[in-house]
Design a protein. Structure first.
Length: 163
């Protein structure tokens, strides 16, 4: 099948636009980046194969309309119904982290619920805590543990059978 240069130009334009629009549904930047390169390829096909003023005009049109489309996208998409569903709507100024663990937990005894490799979950006095194993060691699930220290809001634990 022999496609004309105009057909290649149209196919590349449509594929590039499709990939750039697909970036909304396929996050990660890959589809949008490939789409941008395909549009640049369409510009090249237009510049090389169209008569003198039209190749340049088509390339400029792709850049200008692409820029306008990007500007409109940035301005209007976050306000759309779909944009509101996938973008952050709060500024985070009222965000509060969990309270740091109480100093009363120092030397508390509990049991590891998950394997600590070195992070995991333990139960101390019936309450679950995210912890780190002391020295990066691995502790098996179900092992008796003791809270060694509290460092930067993290419970550091070690196995009970250790000195």
């Amino acid at each position: 099948m022999n496609m004309s240069y105009f057909a290649w130009y149209i196919a590349l334009m449509l594929a590039g636009l499709f990939l750039v629009i697909a970036e909304v549904l396929i996050p990660g930047g890959v589809a949008g980046t490939i789409g941008a390169f395909v549009l640049i390829g369409a510009m090249g096909v237009g510049l090389v194969n169209f008569p003198a003023p039209w190749g340049f005009i088509s390339a400029v049109a792709i850049v200008v309309f692409g820029g306008i489309g990007l500007l409109l996208w940035v301005q209007l998409f976050p306000r759309s119904r779909a944009g509101k569903r996938i973008t952050l709507q709060t500024n985070g100024s009222t965000y509060t982290s969990t309270k740091p663990p109480s100093e009363e937990l120092k030397n508390a005894i509990g049991e590891s619920v998950t394997a600590l490799r070195p992070a995991g979950i333990v139960v101390i006095s019936g309450k679950r805590y995210d912890v780190l194993a002391e020295g990066g060691e691995w502790i098996a699930a179900g092992a008796a543990i003791r809270v060694r220290t509290i460092h930067d809001g993290h419970l550091i634990v070690g196995e009970m059978n250790e000195a």
